[in-house]
Design a protein. Sequence first.
Length: 255
Amino acid sequence: MRVGNVDPLPPRQAAVSKHHETIDEWLERDVGAAIDRGEISPAYEIDELVARIGDVIAAGRHPIVCGEPGVGKSAILAELVRRARAGNGPAALAGNQRFLQLSFRKRLSALRRPDQLGEQMQALVAALLDSGGTIVPIFRDIHLAYDFDLEPQLALLGMRLGAPILGEGVRGQVEAMLEENRDLEQHFLSLPVDEPDLTTTTRILERWHQERVADDAGFDIRAVREAINLTNRFLSRARQPQKSIHLLTQVRSLV
């Protein structure tokens, strides 16, 4: 059927276009493209955890890194993607996949009612399954699946997607979600991420500082160490290393 002067898309092409639109509604960032543009810095002192994530993927399960805000969950997954794209990651991530960071919170913010999220999740699952494993979803707030009773859809995706699923979330909610849903527990595994101790935080910030100096955007090393000291003393609710990086970045923007 011809509508005006526009020929309708063939059914298959129309379905693909609709699935792209669906994914875009959840999309926060194309992590691989952001790495290529230099927008994501390398992560440091995480080799052991990245290796554990690789082991989980090699065993055919989907890893969820869990911890408090600021401990580096997003940085860890981005570093996994960086290494995989350089040929140093799990075999399941060695193809030409797109690594897309998706967010329950983003999709929820565009809905009139929270109870609409279930239908939207079904559409997302259909879109990702239709991608044929060419998309690796990175759910930035996967614990919200527990809050909105989306475990069955997440379990279906975990069982049928032909690619790894990466997730990060709040530890208590993720662990409760897996404990209460055997189907999810079969396909997903939580990996706790704790705040680094002072010695490790110092090493992370020193290496971060060296990278910034190489890009002509660094700080005096004394400022880096003082930032660690000040944030530990006065920002007890926030977590390292992000709280020190945030402070230094704010100071840099004011200079």
